[in-house]
Design a protein around this ligand. Structure first.
Ligand code: TPP
Length: 230
C-alpha cells in the first residue's frame, strides 16, 4: 500500500485532493475532516460507499459531487454491504483476469453515521465483518441522527438532550448508556478496531493507515463533533 507521510500537517492535508471543498456540510462539521484525512492517508485507488446521512446529502447534491473517486451512495442501512459486494466482485474479476489494471492497488471503505452504524445498519455491518470482507468501515459518530433533526441514537451518551430524548422537568434526557460499538466489533474478531477523533490528527491518520493496510474487516469509530446538535 502507498502510505502518505504524516509528519507535516500542511503537506499531508493537501496531499491528495480527492474530496472537493465545495460541499454543504455545516461550517466546522468534523465529517469532512475525517473523510479528507482518510483519503489523504493513501495514494491507492479508493472505492467508497456512503450510507444516507449528513455526509451523503451534503456531498452529492444533483448534479454536483464532491467525490473525486469511485463512490457509491446506498441506503441508510447498507453501506457495509455495498462495499463488501464491490470487494467480492473485485476479487472475482481479479481471479478471472477481467480487470483492466489488475496490479493497481485498491482499498474499499464504507462510511456511515452512528444511526446507520449502531442502529439501522447494524446487522448489515455485522454480516460483512463476520464474512471477513477486506474493507474498512468508518463510523462518523456525531452521537445523533443529525440529518433528520437531532434524534437520539444508541450512540448518544446518557443524559444528553435530543429531539426525541428531551431534558426538562420530567426527564434528565436520554436514559440509556452509549452502546460500546468498538467492543462489539472486537468481539466479531475484526483484526483492527479503534476509536479515533480529528483533534489528534496524526493518531487518526496512523489509525486509518493501519486499518487500510490490515487485511480483513477493520472498524474505526471516529468522534465527529456536530456543530448543529451538540
Ligand atoms: C431505512 C431508513 N430509515 C430512515 C431514513 C431517514 N434518514 C435518513 S438520514 C437519517 C439520519 C442519519 O443519521 P446518522 O446515520 O447518525 O448520520 P448523520 O446524519 O448524523 O451524519 C434518517 C433517519 C432512511 N433514509 N432510511
Amino acid at each position: 500500500m502507498a502510505i502518505r507521510s504524516i509528519k507535516n500537517l500542511k503537506e499531508f492535508s493537501t496531499a491528495n485532493e480527492r474530496f472537493e471543498g465545495a460541499h454543504l456540510l455545516c461550517p466546522g462539521c468534523a465529517h469532512s475532516m475525517i473523510v479528507r484525512e482518510l483519503m489523504n492517508a493513501t495514494d491507492d485507488n479508493l472505492v467508497i460507499s456512503s450510507a444516507t446521512g449528513c455526509l451523503e446529502v451534503c456531498t452529492a447534491v444533483y448534479p454536483y459531487t464532491s467525490w473525486d473517486t469511485s463512490w457509491i451512495h446506498i441506503g441508510f442501512e447498507n453501506s457495509a454491504t455495498a462495499v463488501a459486494g464491490a470487494e467480492a466482485m473485485y476479487k472475482a474479476r481479479k481471479r478471472k483476469g477481467t480487470l483492466k489494471d489488475p496490479d493497481a492497488p485498491v482499498k474499499f471503505v464504507a462510511f456511515g453515521g452512528d444511526g446507520a452504524t449502531y442502529d439501522i445498519g447494524f446487522q448489515w455491518l455485522s454480516g460483512a465483518v463476520e464474512r471477513g470482507h477486506d474493507f474498512t468501515y468508518i463510523c462518523l459518530d456525531n452521537e445523533n441522527y443529525a440529518n433528520t433533526g437531532g434524534q437520539r441514537s444508541s450512540a448518544t451518551p446518557i443524559g444528553a438532550h435530543t429531539s426525541t430524548a428531551q431534558a426538562g422537568r420530567v426527564s434528565y434526557g436520554k436514559k440509556q448508556k452509549k452502546k460500546d460499538m468498538v467492543a462489539i466489533m472486537a468481539a466479531h474478531g475484526a483484526p483492527y478496531v479503534a476509536q479515533l477523533a480529528p483533534n489528534k490528527w496524526k493518531i487518526m491518520a496512523k489509525g486509518f493507515q493501519k486499518a487500510l493496510e490490515t487485511e480483513g474487516p477493520c472498524f474505526i469509530n471516529t468522534v465527529s463533533a456536530c456543530t448543529t446538535e451538540w
